[in-house]
Design a protein around this ligand. Sequence first.
Ligand code: C2E
Ligand code: MG
Ligand code: MG
Length: 699
Amino acid sequence: MIVKPVSADSPHITFPDLQALTNIVPVMLACYDVATGRCIYANAPYAALGGMTCVEVLGKTIEHIIGTDAAERVKPHFERSIALQAPISYTRPTNLPGDDPNWIEVQLVPCGKPIADRVLVMVFDITPHRLAELKSLEVATRLGKFMQASTEGMAFHVKGTITDVNPPLLNMLGYTMDEMVGHQTLEFVPESRHSQAKQAMASGAETTYESFAVHKSGRLLPVEYSVRDFQSDDRPQRLIIVRDLTERRAAEERIRFLALHDVLTGLPNRVQLDDHLNELVAEAHWRRDQFSVFFIDLDQLKRVNDSLGHSSGDVLLASVAERLLDFCEKNSLDGHAPWLARLGGDEFVVTLPHTSAARCYQFSLQLQATLQRPIDVHGRNILITASVGVASYPDDGDTPSQLLKNADMAMYAAKGSGRDTTRFFDQSLARAADYALVIEEELGQALRSTAFVLHYQPEVSADGKRVLSAEALIRWQHPTRGLLSPDEFIPVAEGLHLIVPIGQWVIDEALAQIPRWRQLGWHQAKVAVNLSSNQLRAPGFADTVLKSLQRLDLNGECLELELTERMLMSDDASVMATLMRLKQAGVSLAIDDFGTGLSSLSRLRNLPIEKLKIDKSFVLELPDSASSVAIVNSILELARGLSLAAIAEGVESKEQRQCLVSLGCQAMQGFLFTEPLAANEFETWLTALFVHNAATTRA
Ligand code: C2E
Ligand code: MG
Ligand code: MG
């Protein structure tokens, strides 16, 4: 066989050349004679199927070369090709050398005219191609299952056109499959986010970013898109995983809210207040403006918590918050509303921007009036009041912490001056606070060095002739400040819990006077001691009192304990048990400063008390003030009704005494008779009284 040269000069290609060429192509080639069914040509790879050379294979049947089984499978294709007189091809697995699965593609081409008398066989090893196909099918199947099972939304797109979506994405966006497949991805992204989406697409990068998706209803959903490249059906596709961030956003929102708000009232909390104050300071500094900070502390929350329980306290706080918020909204100035936060407990803070002193004062009055209306707590009308302290930028401080501290200090001063009032910060308050700090340090030392002394003020009959008892009043002999009155250090001692040992010292010291007074002729000698609530609540208080009496061999009748209304109004069972024990031991109990507290009359009836001490503020205005006369009169009537003794404190003038006597009050205490006296002075006073009484009796 001679093949025509490409050009006249080039050498001829010979049959051996072609034979050599066909032996190295990656195709198995053979030719069969149709009439005899025998091989008339094969290249080396084909002959190798039968374990023969190209020459050995010539004249052999197909059964001989590829085996009977394989020949049986091939024959129908041969026959079909000849019958059709046209090439056909088919693929089938085969057992080519090696253990791995193999696939071949066989092409049968009938040759010869007009009727084909030979069939050309070409066998291609398509194993790598087939394996890749299977792999891609497997991946597609696995991905299909994954898409169905996934709870995340998924979509495929080719160059922006959606080719597939899974049910979770359809659910998330509210569309059907037809409404998404074939559409552009951008149709499901809000226009404002198109450039972001286009950028992600154009970059071709595998990326994750947060954006929005458009729900069928038009609602925007916050989502996270994760884009991945994916090869499927020979096409580069992009897989988008769509994660709905609505819940995550809501949780983040909640966390952010909780970090900046008070849970009970929903108002801004301390953290937000600090930020807000920083902003106000910066703005006021820049504008050379002023603003004020109102520190509000409710006067009755503790009482409500103690008597009605903490859930009632919570209801009260929520109502107060609502009322204050409403007040702030209605009291904006030039479009700037006052701003409200809750610091915790019963403390609220309001900031008032762009304020003048006059406006500040007016605002504080309105604020106080707002709170004074009764609040409904579980069906009970609770009257509340607030103590308010005000500090203004820049006069009272130019940093948030200084302003808060000074407003707080002013609020404490408001509490000290009788509650339900507003105090504006001034430097004297700061000095007082410094003083309290110094006192704190020195009090412990005073107790160790017995720098306290007791003065005694007698309680007498209206004519001043009979001494009923003597009230022990503590003083502090301070090394540099002189003799300090109890109001100057008892509140500090209470805060430090030093009041318990100081109070114990008072009881022991006061009782120690009884034997001396008896010696002077006062056989019924009795001393009255003031108590603090922490003392009364201290464990074992009754025991320590009874032990003190025992030590001096005294009975309970020698001692009277003065309590305040506030101390008696809580439902504390242990306090009640303490009082009952003391009373059983003969110790008498009196309510001091009666009329200034919050006594409930029904409760008063059940308390083991014997005496009411009418507060000196009512006595002071006798006899001119009709309301004071009315109050004193009703206290006396109440005492009579409850079979309690009554005594008027702070009697300074004869007119007051006269008025009290006319109202039926026979026991008194006050400067009219004597001021509180040091122990030795009191003994002198007592002796003088007895001498005087003896003289008048003789006369
Ligand atoms: P208190 O128990 O109501 O005592 C009466 C206060 O009124 C005393 O003030 C007394 O000096 C004063 N006073 C007496 N007569 C008159 C008067 O005619 N006119 C006026 N304007 N005042 C009069 P003091 O001694 O400064 O005591 C103040 C408060 O300190 C006492 O009020 C009492 O609550 C408390 N206190 C005194 N000693 C102790 C103590 O040992 N322990 C505790 N926990 N508190 C004490
Ligand atoms: Mg007293
Ligand atoms: Mg009093």
